[in-house]
Design a protein around this ligand. Structure first.
Ligand SMILES: [Zn+2]
Length: 668
């Protein structure tokens, strides 16, 4: 690390880490009054002075590359002659890390001194510092690589008391070892300005760290409450930022890790790299670069990783002094990404740009100083870094809040939309329910109407069924009438039939009919017997034995039995057909034929017509002709009487025989 040899008056390019702000501050603080002192080999102090800046011209420098020389050795004329005035050296820095540098300073006190004087070395990163007082007492050996307890004054910078004596010129030796490039920035001070300086510096730094601490705690709390990762990243960023400042101004070593010099050296070397990592880690997430500019994000990541790698290598081995530029590249890239994101419409990116504009400005001043342009170098521009960081931290914290608020607003808007949708849904549901109710009531109405209709219909039906029943009754009555009428009709019919029969019979009686027609009039034995019975008893019954007039039916069809003497008379008894050997119907027809032909009907013809043997026909024909003769001779004979009168002719003999035989049959 290269350090400024003399910030005032500006003479040449002064190289400075942009992280060594507090040192710069102190330089400027001290530089302004120091300008009154003319350059000289011997530094002179008096009672009127309170503070003197030690120009490089007051130092004589001896480089000890091996780092093995002792005070006695460098005081020998051999080495003492090799001391060079610092202002004449080609460089005014400790260019060879690891080498020991011997500084010789001569101080002369003029007049009586009312206060003690102190030598202060600004670079708190010096690994090893040995201060040799002129009175030969034990040297003070301290440094960033040794515990804080090795310092007589537990102060972040190195502070040594000068045992000045009035009107005496004393020679002081300092032996410095540093792992990085450094300068010989130092100053002489009395107690009073030192006290004032302590108050001012520690007050300012306290405020500075106080703000950082508040931001850390505040954002950490928000992270714990919300769980938003950006807050955690921001906290990490601010923490590493604080770490860088703490290591740079030495307050970390003074208060936080005073017994850990190794840790102190590690933090001094590593915290800027850590800051770069956490810053890119935070900024990428805050700006949503990975989503908005994925290609650029890949570049940012690559550049950051390469820079970190380069910085690690440089810090561990190379000590090239070009580390500063390795910080600038990724930082500039992220700032450019923020600008692109802002252009694409992310409003919170403008806070990022604003916050880092100040940092960029202070870095710009730093670069100008590094390039040797000191036009703008003054207390304000050197302070600007601390101010810029504080502003950045606060603005970014606010921006985070804004961002989260935007997210929350978006969420609330979405929720509002959802609520609206839900409400709409609810309304639709209500409408549906209403519709359903309406449908239900319609259905109920319909049902009740239907019920009314059904009841009406039922009543009508019952009325109709009553009507039908009445009609039925009427029909039944009509049926009764009809039955009566039909009975009358039947009776009439029967009478008509009977009349027809009589007509037909009369026809048979009057003229010749064939057997077919004949058998229609006398179709069966029963009809013949009925006819015979009617012929015999048509005018009344009288028992032939006892003259009794009452009878009942006999066993044979159409026979009659006297109820008194039980004499049974068949229908054929005492008729021509008694004891006839063939069918009574054929016998009837034979009688008819013979009678209608007046006895002149041949037995051959009769045999053919009746399908009987001729002998049987001949004997029956004789019997009929005999009966016809007897009838003609009978006193009650009428010329016009029918053929059936012949049937009743029979001999008494025959009748007696017949009666006896029939009686025996009845008895049996
Ligand atoms: Zn009788």
């Amino acid at each position: 690390m290269k350090l400024v040899t003399s910030p005032h008056p500006p003479r040449r390019a002064t190289w400075f880490s942009f992280l060594t702000l507090s040192r710069l501050l102190l330089i400027l603080f001290g530089a302004l009054p120091a300008s009154a002192i003319p350059p000289a080999d011997t530094l002179r102090v008096n009672a009127a002075l309170e503070e003197v800046f030690i120009e490089p011209t007051f130092y004589s420098v001896l480089e000890d590359p091996s780092g093995t020389l002792t005070l006695e050795q460098v005081q020998t004329p051999e080495w003492a002659g090799r001391f060079q005035r610092a202002s004449t050296l080609p460089t005014t820095t400790m260019d060879h890390p690891g080498a020991a540098y011997w500084l010789r300073l001569q101080v002369q006190a003029r007049g009586e001194l009312r206060q003690h004087w102190y030598l202060e070395l600004f670079d708190s990163h010096l690994n090893n510092v040995e201060f040799f007082p002129p009175d030969g007492t034990a040297p003070t050996i301290t440094g960033a690589g040794l515990p804080l307890s090795t310092r007589k004054f537990p102060y972040k910078n190195f502070l040594f008391r000068l045992p000045l004596r009035p009107e005496q010129t004393q020679t002081y030796y300092l032996r410095l070892v540093s792992s990085s490039k450094t300068t010989f920035l130092s100053r002489l001070r009395t107690e009073q300005p030192l006290a004032v300086h302590f108050q001012t510096e520690y007050g300012l730094l306290g405020g500075f760290y106080g703000i950082l601490l508040i931001m850390v705690v505040y954002n950490l709390c928000i992270y714990l409450f919300i769980g938003e990762q950006t807050y955690l990243r921001y906290v990490l960023y601010v923490l590493s930022c604080s770490l860088v400042f703490l290591s740079e101004d030495g307050l970390g070593f003074q208060y936080l890790w005073p017994t850990q010099p190794a840790l102190n050296e590690l933090i001094i070397a590593g915290s800027p790299i850590l800051l770069l990592l956490t810053f890119s880690y935070y900024a990428r997430h805050f700006l949503d670069i990975s989503q908005r500019l994925p290609r650029l994000d890949r570049w940012v990541r690559a550049v950051v990783l390469l820079s970190v790698g380069g910085l690690l290598i440089d810090t561990a081995w190379l000590h090239s002094g070009w580390g500063f530029w390795l910080y600038l590249l990724p930082y500039g890239l992220i700032y450019y990404a923020a600008y692109r994101v802002w252009q694409r419409g992310q409003r919170t990116a403008r806070y990022f740009l604003l916050a880092h504009a100040l940092v960029a400005l202070s870095v710009g001043f730093l670069i100008l100083r590094r390039l040797g342009i000191d036009t703008f170098t003054n207390t304000a521009t050197v302070y600007s870094m601390n101010v810029a960081f504080v502003v950045e931290v606060v603005v970014l914290s606010y921006a985070l809040g804004e961002k989260i608020k935007a997210i929350k607003d978006a969420t609330i808007r979405t929720q509002g939309k959802l609520v609206k949708q839900l409400r709409k849904k609810h309304e639709v549901q209500n409408q549906l329910v209403e519709q359903l109710h309406h449908n239900q009531s319609l259905k109920d109405q319909l049902n009740s109407e239907l019920e009314g209709l059904v009841a009406e219909r039922t009543a009508e039906l019952s009325r109709q069924s009553e009507t039908i029943a009445a009609q039925n009754r009427e029909l039944l009555q009509a049926n009764g009438l009809l039955a009566l009428q039909s009975a009358a009709i039947e009776k009439l019919n029967k009478e008509l039939q009977h009349d027809l029969q009589e007509v037909k019979t009369a026809r048979v009686l009057s003229k010749e009919v064939d057997f077919g027609e004949f058998s229609q009039i006398y179709p069966d034995k029963d009809a013949c017997l009925a006819y015979l019975a009617n012929l015999k008893w048509g005018e009344g019954y009288q028992c032939r034995k006892c003259g009794h007039e009452k009878f009942c039916d006999g066993r044979e069809p159409h026979s009659r039995r006297c109820t008194k003497c039980r004499y049974v008379e068949s229908a054929t008894a005492y008729t021509l057909l008694q004891k006839c050997k063939f069918s009574i119907i054929k016998a009837f027809y034979a009688v008819f034929l013979i009678y209608t032909h007046q006895g002149n009907y041949s037995s051959q013809e009769l045999s053919r017509v009746l399908d009987l043997r001729q002998g049987t026909c001949w004997s029956f024909s004789q019997k009929v002709q005999e009966a016809m003769r007897r009838r003609r001779q009978s006193p009650d004979f009428d010329e016009n009487e029918g053929w059936t009168h012949v049937l009743l002719d029979a001999t008494t003999q025959d009748a007696e025989e017949s009666a006896t035989s029939e009686e025996s049959v009845a008895r049996a």
